[in-house]
Design a protein around this ligand. Structure first.
Ligand code: GLU
Length: 420
C-alpha cells in the first residue's frame, strides 16, 4: 500500500499526514519512519455465508495488525458497507497511537467485514462472525491480538467470537476479545467507556477554556455506542445537548434534547427516524450549529475543507476515529477552534478494554466505581501530558499526542531491537 496515497481519498493517508508532522518535529530518522508507516500484517479473506433463505454470498473480511512494539495488537471489528483495506489499515494505525498515548501495553490492530449489519438477521450475523473468527484462529489470542467492538458490532458479536475461538482451541479463553457481555467475562463500565472518556476529556478542557458546563451547548453527530452515552453523560453533568443525529438525519432543540427520551425512542425503533423531540435539520446544519462543544461520533472525514470554516463550536472533541481531515484540522488551528484529537478523546473504550483483559487474566472482577475511577485517572493524567507537550513545543493537542505516542512506541521498539 502506498503511504503517499491521495489524502482527500485515503483514510490511511490522513493518518500518515498527521504522523509526518509529529515525526518531523521529533526529527525521527528515516528508518524508524519507514517502519512506523508500514503495517506489520494485513490479512484479507473471503467469508462465504448462507442467507436465512438458503442462498450463498461471499463477503470480504480484514484484520490489520499494525504494530506490536508495545504488546499484543488491540482494536475493534467493524461491520459496515464502507469497510475497505485502506480504512481498516488507518484504524489499526490509529489504535497503535491511541494505546500508546494512554500508556496501555498494547500495539494496534483493527478488523472489519464489508457488509451492512442493519439488513442481516441475528442468525446471519452469528454465522458471519463465527466464520470471521474461525479464519483468524491462528493469529488472534490474549497475547497476540485482542479484538473488540467497533461500528456495527456489539457485545453479542464478541460473545460469538470468543465462543468460536474457544471451541477451536478447545479451552475457554475469555481474554481473546474485550467488550464482552458481563456474564462471560466482560467488564463493568465497558459499554459506556468511550462516551465516558469523551465527556471526561471535554469537561477537563472546558474548565481550562473557562466554559461553564452548566448550560453549555453540546452537539453530537452519531447516536451509537459513543454518541449516545456521551450525550447522556453530558446531560448528567448539566450541559444542554442541543443537537443529535444518526443515519436517519439530525435533530435540533435549542431548549435541550431529552436524551433519555431519545435513547428510549432509538431503542424501540432501532434508530431516531421520526423522533419529534427536536426539529429535523440536515447533517451539514448539525455540524455548523452555533454551540460550545461539537462531538463528531460517527465516521471518518466528516469535517473537511468543504465545511470546516463554517464550524462554530469552540471545542471539538473527536469521539469518532479520523473525523477531521488534515486540511480541515489546519483550518481549525487558524480559526482557534480547540481540538481534542481522536487518539485521546475516544481512548476511554480501549482503556476499559485493557481493564477487561486484566480482569479476565486474573479471573477477578472489579466494581463499576473502581473501573470508572481508574479510567478517569488514566485519561486525565495522559491528557495533562498532552497539554504539557503542546505548550512546550507550541503545537496543537493532536501533534503533541502523536509526539508522545510515537516516542513511546519508538522507545519500546529500540529496547526490543529491530529483528532485521
Ligand atoms: N473500537 C474502539 C476504538 O476505536 C475500541 C477498541 C478496543 O477496545 O480495543 O477505540
Amino acid at each position: 500500500m502506498a503511504v503517499t496515497a491521495v489524502r482527500e481519498v485515503s483514510v490511511f493517508g490522513d493518518g500518515i499526514a498527521y504522523f509526518n508532522e509529529a515525526a518531523a518535529l521529533l526529527e525521527l530518522d528515516p528508518g524508524m519512519r519507514a517502519i512506523l508507516t508500514h503495517p506489520s500484517r494485513q490479512i484479507i479473506f473471503s467469508i462465504p455465508f448462507q442467507r436465512d433463505s438458503g442462498e450463498f454470498e461471499v463477503f470480504t473480511g480484514y484484520r490489520v495488525q499494525y504494530n506490536f512494539a508495545r504488546g499484543p495488537a488491540k482494536g475493534g471489528i467493524r461491520f459496515h458497507p464502507g469497510v475497505t483495506l485502506d480504512e481498516v489499515t488507518a484504524l489499526a494505525f490509529w489504535m497503535t497511537w491511541k494505546c500508546a498515548v494512554v500508556d496501555l501495553p498494547f500495539g494496534g490492530g483493527k478488523g472489519g467485514v464489508t457488509c451492512d449489519p442493519t439488513t442481516l438477521s441475528m442468525n446471519e450475523l452469528e454465522r458471519i462472525t463465527r466464520r470471521y473468527a474461525a479464519e483468524l484462529v491462528e493469529v488472534v489470542g490474549p497475547d497476540k491480538d485482542v479484538p473488540a467492538p467497533d461500528v456495527g458490532t456489539t457485545p453479542q458479536t464478541m460473545a460469538w467470537f470468543m465462543d468460536t475461538y474457544s471451541m477451536h482451541i478447545r479451552q475457554n479463553v475469555a481474554g481473546v476479545v474485550t467488550g464482552k457481555p458481563l456474564e462471560i467475562g466482560g467488564s463493568r463500565g465497558r459499554v459506556e467507556a468511550t462516551g465516558r472518556g469523551v465527556t471526561i476529556c471535554a469537561m477537563d478542557q472546558m474548565s481550562h477554556l473557562g466554559i461553564d458546563p452548566k448550560g453549555a451547548r453540546v452537539v453530537i453527530q452519531g447516536f451509537g455506542n459513543v454518541g449516545m452515552y456521551a450525550a447522556k453523560l453530558f446531560e448528567e453533568r448539566g450541559c444542554n445537548v442541543v443537537g443529535i443525529s444518526d443515519v436517519t438525519g439530525a435533530y435540533y432543540n435549542g431548549a435541550g434534547i431529552n436524551v433519555n427520551g431519545a435513547e428510549e425512542y432509538a431503542k424501540k425503533n432501532h434508530n431516531l427516524g421520526g423522533f419529534t423531540g427536536g426539529d429535523r435539520i440536515t447533517n451539514a446544519e448539525l455540524l455548523e450549529t452555533d454551540c460550545d462543544v461539537l462531538v463528531p461520533a460517527a465516521l471518518e472525514k466528516q469535517l473537511t475543507t468543504e465545511n470546516a470554516r463554517r464550524v462554530r463550536a469552540k471545542l471539538l472533541v473527536e469521539g469518532a476515529n479520523g473525523p477531521t481531515t488534515p486540511e480541515a484540522d489546519r483550518i481549525f488551528q487558524e480559526m482557534g477552534v480547540c481540538v481534542i484529537p481522536d487518539i485521546m478523546a475516544n481512548a476511554g473504550g480501549v482503556t476499559v478494554s485493557y481493564f477487561e483483559w486484566v480482569q479476565d487474566r486474573a479471573g477477578y472482577f472489579w466494581k463499576e466505581a473502581e473501573v470508572n475511577a481508574r479510567l478517569e485517572e488514566n485519561l486525565l493524567e495522559n491528557f495533562a501530558e498532552i497539554r504539557r507537550i503542546a505548550q512546550l513545543h507550541n503545537v496543537a493537542f493532536r501533534t503533541a499526542a502523536y509526539m508522545i505516542a510515537i516516542e513511546r512506541v519508538v522507545t519500546s521498539l529500540k529496547l526490543r531491537g529491530v529483528y532485521a
